[in-house]
Design a protein around this ligand. Structure first.
Ligand SMILES: NC(=O)NC(NC(N)=O)C(=O)[O-]
Ligand SMILES: [Zn+2]
Ligand SMILES: [Zn+2]
Length: 505
């Protein structure tokens, strides 16, 4: 080798140590990539910090991505002297939202959403963790191998933390080794459908499949999430509707094809199964979680009874069932199509009551977007259009705006969107502003109003398919921290996606 090249090689270690020293002295140079702020040790102050015991005025100390102290009053001022403080004044500082039900469609259907746009939207909406559903991506997450495709797709492309539900489908239900491998690989639990899912490689399960799944899950102490609707023999008017009668542009035509009795029958069946899988008492059986409950009557009553018997069961509903009612959905506006369907306003009021009374445990987005063509806006055919509401970026202001009429509190919001979801997903270090937890924080202004019009930046891939576009909302997200990284602030995201794929151990 020429002596010039050799000399250059000898200089490399010296060069490397200079670089390291530079990054040490100027953390900004690399910190700005994952975070909009350069600090690892700093304070977040506010007059309204939502902690598990109370809403306090004070400050939260963050170091190395974790919360290391929470101080009420002014005592923190002395400790924070000469340190960086982000003082948000009257804005609310609370745990970031945890959305346990989102379809990000990555890999395989990224033209519908995808990890980058979905998690950018989540961050802009105050969501710090989401759990991705096993279907609508391709392939579906039903095996160790397909989970690997998910985590590969998420690598370096997620702006918030993302966990994964695995799919319980006929193909793996009787293969306990395959299910165990999927669970060992880190899915946070399993999800199944009791009716066709609309996705070919995610077929529905019957009671026998579900029973098999529950017995494997019981060993892992991870939940089974179920889309609880079963197809039934329809009669009279309802039968005529599915056979093509009725105006397909009218929402009421679609509503008749999925009556509340479909949810009720599914839940009744599920409850007989969970009873059988309880091994030595309620806490030892598999936990059952009913997703997107829409029926506030008989279905909810069944769940209440099961809870009072001591069954390990939780239930979520979604903001669209609390914001919209069937009577108001315009003809042909398929942005509002989802399953189970949005029911009448009386049902909506009862869902609010159940949520406030604690009979419904938590909220989730069920963000289920598609390519706009599949919404068939030209035809406006509710029977043929893709079912799924697009909402990920808006769930915080939507819950707050519609909840204000019901007098909801900041503590309730945190319980429904952070504490309970963290528990369901087995995330002990998330969901509350307490010492030792991840510094996952949403900062927002509950009094600020804004319009979801063309001037509003929407990070979702297809803003036009969201039923919320055009509405006026209250509650504006200012900033979002994930593990101490400021990942979003007032229209700006960190330049590098440093969210972490969450795998159960
Ligand atoms: N394939 C889907 O995403 N389905 C979803 N669709 C809805 N909710 O309309 C769901 O969660 O059932
Ligand atoms: Zn569903
Ligand atoms: Zn869903």
């Amino acid at each position: 080798m020429e002596s010039g090249k050799l000399r250059l090689l000898a200089l490399l270690p010296i060069l490397a140590s200079f670089l390291l020293l530079y990054f040490d002295l100027f953390p900004l140079a690399y910190r700005t990539r994952c975070s909009l702020i350069p600090y690892r040790h700093y304070w977040i102050a506010s007059k309204r910090i939502v902690t598990p015991s109370a809403v306090i005025s004070g400050a939260v100390e963050v170091k190395g991505g974790k919360i290391i102290s929470v101080i009420e009053g002014d005592d923190w001022l002395g400790k924070a002297r000469s340190m960086q403080v982000y003082d948000y004044g009257e804005a609310v500082v609370m745990p970031g939202l945890i959305d346990v039900h989102a379809h990000l469609d990555d890999p395989g259907r990224t033209e519908w959403e995808g990890f980058p746009s979905g998690t950018r939207a989540a961050a802009a909406g105050g969501i710090t963790t989401l759990v991705d559903m096993p279907l609508n991506s391709y392939p579906s997450t039903v095996s160790e191998e397909t989970l690997k495709l998910k985590t590969n797709a998420a690598q370096g492309r997620i702006f918030v933390d993302v966990g994964f539900w695995g799919g319980l489908v006929p193909e793996n239900a009787f293969n306990s080794t395959a299910l165990e491998r999927l669970l060992d690989a880190g899915v946070l639990g399993l999800k199944s459908f009791m009716c066709p899912s609309g996705i070919n490689d995610f077929p529905m399960t019957n009671s026998t499949h579900i029973k098999e799944g529950l017995s494997v899950l019981a060993k892992y102490k991870r939940p089974l999430l179920v889309h609880a609707e079963v197809q039934q023999e329809l009669e009279g008017d309802d039968l005529a509707t599915t056979e093509g009668a009725g105006n397909p542009r009218s929402y009421s035509t679609y509503l008749k094809t999925r009556p509340p009795s479909m949810e009720e029958a599914a839940i009744r069946e599920l409850l007989t199964l969970t009873k059988d899988t309880r091994v030595g008492g309620p806490s030892e059986g598999a936990h059952l979680h009913i997703v997107h409950l829409a029926d506030s009557k008989s279905s909810l009553q069944l769940i209440k009874e099961a809870k009072s018997r001591g069954d390990s069961i939780t239930v979520e509903t979604c903001p669209h069932y609390l914001a919209f009612s069937a009577e108001e959905i315009p003809d042909g506006d398929t942005r509002f199509k989802c399953a189970p369907p949005i029911r009448d306003s009386n049902n909506k009021e009862k869902l609010w009551k159940a949520l406030i009374d604690g009979d419904i445990d938590m909220l989730s987005s069920d963000h289920s977007p598609s390519a706009p063509e599949l919404k068939l806006f030209d035809e406006g055919d509710f029977l043929k259009a893709w079912g799924g509401i697009s909402s990920l970026q808006f769930v915080l202001p939507v819950t707050w705006s519609y909840g204000l009429k019901h007098g909801i509190s900041l503590e309730q919001l945190v319980s429904w969107w952070s504490e309970k979801p963290a528990k369901l997903a087995g995330q002990d270090l998330k969901g509350a502003i307490v010492v030792g937890n991840h510094a996952d924080v949403a900062v927002w202004e509950p009094e600020a109003e804004f319009e979801l019009d063309d001037n509003h930046t929407v990070y979702l891939k297809h803003p036009s398919i969201s039923a919320y576009m055009g509405s006026k909302l209250t509650g504006k997200v200012l900033a979002t921290y994930v593990r101490g990284n400021l990942v979003y602030e007032q229209g700006k995201h960190a330049s590098v996606a440093c969210g972490v794929p969450i795998l159960a151990r």
